[in-house]
Write a protein that binds this ligand. Structure first.
Ligand code: UT7
Length: 325
């Protein structure tokens, strides 16, 4: 089995910012409530002309440049998204087309906020087994298109963006362990009820706003704190490491209170938990993807560091990855 590492990182967020003050004019909320209850100050909103693949392509180009690879060098493109351009073809195929990555096999995965971690784990298997050499994994979301802008309990949370990485065989270090899990029994806690084969689009589904995110926030919160801690512990234990060995945690950015509670639970100092939630809100699969890119860019991750990626989301799904950088 080959060692597999991340050899390039990239990200893209749309220019338009939506601040808490802007939201105060849209729904009955306040900057004070949003800041103290979530840690979010602003989020990015995609232009009408931009779909998930457009954000993804910008993030992908940066990751490819850092990896010193051309699109034609890619063997595999995995896109994690819950806001695909189209139900089919996959967003990964639209990304392939835009990049001109003619050689690549391309597909999407649906694992909500844990999508980037699921995607990296899948790509790692192909590379470790020698099936493929270079893989691009992207987490990209235009959550503003599935947000109910009249529901203050959800609309203050989400934002748009994309992050990506290129994975390839490496001589030393790389991914040490991965852990994926799910519990479909908890699917109703966080979902997009309509638009699939269960509830196809009708005038009624549109009138009832069933094409927007529905979440039982409190319930999800409780599971999140527990599952993020558990996932981190399991992936570390698989390779004989403990929280003391961690240099940087890149968690899904759902709520600053979840992240602080998780830090306490796993015993990691808060300054080792990378957070960009204040600037971008919750971008589902793009949250861990952009956080990893920014943490590396900001010098928070250095060669030899132990980095833990950990996320959870609608499904429920959760997972973690331990990387020696
Ligand atoms: O990425 C996928 C996973 N998603 C998550 O992890 C999200 C997990 N959940 C959360 O982050 C939190 O549950 C929320 C941020 C969504 C909500 O925070 P909370 O502390 O759980 O608030 P709550 O739902 O218990 O609501 C408390 C109060 C309620 O008012 P009453 O009933 O006490 O009078 C809400 O109506 O806050 C009210 N409220 C708001 N007030 C001002 C809810 N949303 C808002 C708002 N502005 N935007």
């Amino acid at each position: 089995m080959k060692n597999v590492g991340i050899i390039g990182l990239g990200m893209y967020v749309p220019e338009k910012k939506l601040t808490n003050q802007d939201l105060e004019k849209m729904v009955d909320t306040s900057d004070e409530w949003i800041t103290t209850r979530t840690g979010i100050k602003e989020r990015r909103i995609a232009d009408k002309s931009q779909a998930a693949s457009d954000l993804a392509v910008n993030a992908a180009r940066e990751a490819l440049a850092q990896a010193k690879l051309k699109p034609e060098d890619l063997d595999l493109i995995i896109v994690a998204t819950i806001t695909p351009d189209t139900q089919f073809p996959s967003t990964a195929c639209w990304v392939q087309k835009a990049l001109g990555a003619k050689k690549a096999a391309s597909f999407d995965i649906s694992a909500a906020c844990a999508g980037y971690i699921y995607g990296i784990t899948i790509a790692q298997q192909f590379i470790a087994n020698g099936v493929y050499k270079n893989a691009l994994v992207v987490g990209t979301e235009v959550l503003s298109r599935i947000t109910d802008w009249t529901d203050r309990s959800t609309c203050v949370l989400f934002g748009d963006g994309a992050g990506s990485c290129v994975l390839a065989p490496v001589k030393e270090n790389g991914i040490l362990s991965t852990y994926l899990a799910s519990d479909g029994e908890l699917g109703d806690l966080l979902l997009l009820p309509a638009g699939g084969s269960r509830n196809p689009a009708t005038h009624q589904t549109v009138d009832e706003k069933l094409h927007t995110i529905k979440m039982q926030g409190n319930e999800v919160f409780k599971h999140a704190v527990k599952l993020l801690g558990e996932a981190t512990k399991i992936a570390l234990e698989k390779v004989g490491l403990s929280w003391k060995d961690i240099d940087c945690v890149i968690p899904h950015q759902a709520n600053i209170r979840i992240l602080l509670a998780m830090a306490k639970r796993i015993g990691v100092p808060e300054d080792k938990i990378y957070m960009n939630i204040a600037r971008y809100g919750n971008m589902s699969s793009a949250s861990t993807a952009t956080a990893l890119t920014e943490a590396f860019r900001d010098g928070k991750i250095k060669k030899g560091d132990i980095v833990v990626l950990v996320a959870f989301g609608g499904g429920l799904v959760w997972g973690s990855i331990v990387i020696k950088w």
